[in-house]
Design a binder for this molecule. Structure first.
Ligand SMILES: Cc1cc2nc3c(=O)[nH]c(=O)nc-3n(C[C@H](O)[C@H](O)[C@H](O)COP(=O)(O)OP(=O)(O)OC[C@H]3O[C@@H](n4cnc5c(N)ncnc54)[C@H](O)[C@@H]3O)c2cc1C
Length: 353
């Protein structure tokens, strides 16, 4: 028996408290994971500067530099997502007394960010896993030996994709929650999806350059995501909630959009701050490389979802619409990786800290 004064939250609504603990836990896991990525990167950078092969340090090889640039770029996106979500939640909690025994308002406020918390968890834990895997690879055979710290980092990282809800379950929660909110009228998702279909005629090529161009690209990415979700809901109806293949594809699209947009918004903000020019350049390059990388995944997922939910002429129409939304300028991704790697190697650590 629990004495009445010890009841947490409202009687009979303990699940709200429990689910919100999970939400906050997922967000905190992401914040912890990006801290770990920084340590992994620093460890790999140090080793790559000390270990010599063929008479030169490992960090002079393009293959190693490419890995370093990719870790730093994915880290930048994950960090941007965590910072953005922290800001969103902080703003939402303004004026709420979170110390009052799990108040209804606090529970509701936290619940509103359930999707973002899942996205944070999935993205950051997978960036960390990518970083430790490449970290071991940079260490070669020594990465497999316990005397080297990267070996433990590799083992310790793995749990993050499992606990606080596996990444599969967290992915499924994203479209599941969105659809639920759409059905209850909380979110005008289906209306937005219909508007995108009508608007496709005007979806031309992104013509702006730099961060403004990335912004345009992000808007198109969102439209693509809405289009795929709308067609999936329209064609599968109630069966959509049980189609994990399609739901996972949609989740991946939302994840990539949230990551690319967070990176771009942050890069825009950094340009207005009193920081060094080289820092501004790094952030812009990481946002660009990250956004283009995310868009490639997004395009593939959109194509798979459309092919699964449409057939015949409707599929051809949908794919034609999609082609309009994915038209984007080309960028020298290799050149960008080279510049990011050079900067990160010079610094010897993840550069935005
Ligand atoms: C070191 C460690 C610490 C932990 N700490 C805590 C803790 O402090 N508090 C706590 O509550 N829990 C804790 N856990 C438990 C953890 O949250 C669970 O292990 C995790 O949620 C996965 O559940 P499971 O192990 O039962 O796997 P299962 O649910 O059996 O999952 C196995 C596989 O099937 C997939 N799967 C399962 N159900 C579905 C579905 N419906 N649709 C699609 N795929 C599905 C999963 O994604 C996974 O790939 C901890 C676990 C470990 C290993």
């Amino acid at each position: 028996m629990v004495p009445a004064e010890n009841v947490v939250g409202e009687l009979g609504r303990g699940h709200v408290v429990a689910f919100n603990i999970l939400n906050v836990g997922r967000f905190k896991l992401a914040a912890g994971a990006i801290g770990s990525v920084q340590i992994v990167l620093e460890t790999a950078l140090k080793y790559a500067s000390e270990r010599k092969q063929f008479g030169v340090a490992l960090n002079t090889f393009g293959v190693i530099q490419s890995k370093i640039a990719e870790i730093a770029t994915r880290m930048y996106l994950a960090e941007s997502v965590v910072y953005r979500t922290a800001g969103l939640m902080e703003n939402r909690f303004q004026g709420l007394d979170l110390t009052v025994n799990c108040s209804k308002e606090a529970g509701k406020a936290l619940e509103e960010y359930a999707i973002e918390c899942s996205l944070n968890k999935v993205l950051a834990s997978e960036v960390l896993d990518f970083a430790v895997d490449e970290g071991v690879q940079i260490h070669g055979g020594y990465g497999y030996i316990q005397e080297y710290p990267i070996e433990r980092m590799y083992r310790d990282s793995r749990i993050n994709r499992l606990f606080e809800g596996t990444n599969e379950i967290n992915r499924l929660l994203v479209p599941g929650t969105l659809l639920k909110r759409a059905m209850t009228g909380e979110l005008p998702l289906l209306e937005a999806a219909k508007a995108v279909s009508k608007d496709l005629v005007s979806a031309g090529m992104s013509d702006a350059e730099g961060l403004a161009g990335l912004n345009q690209m992000t808007q198109k990415a969102k439209k693509l995501c809405l289009m795929a979700a709308g067609l999936a809901a329209q064609n599968l109806g109630v069966k959509l909630k049980d189609n994990q293949y399609v739901l996972t594809g949609l989740a991946e699209m939302v994840l990539q959009v949230y990551a690319m947009e967070s990176g771009v918004l942050r890069a825009q903000k950094v340009q207005t701050l009193d920081v060094s020019d080289e820092h501004k350049v790094f952030v812009e390059k990481a946002a660009t490389l990250g956004a283009f990388g995310a868009f490639i995944i997004l395009e593939q997922q959109a194509k798979e979802v459309l092919c699964a939910v449409e057939k015949g002429d409707s599929l051809s129409t949908a794919l034609a619409g999609m082609r309009k939304l994915v038209r984007r300028p080309t960028v020298d991704m290799i050149g960008m990786r080279q510049e990011i790697a050079k900067y990160v190697i010079e610094k010897g650590h993840y550069p935005t800290r």
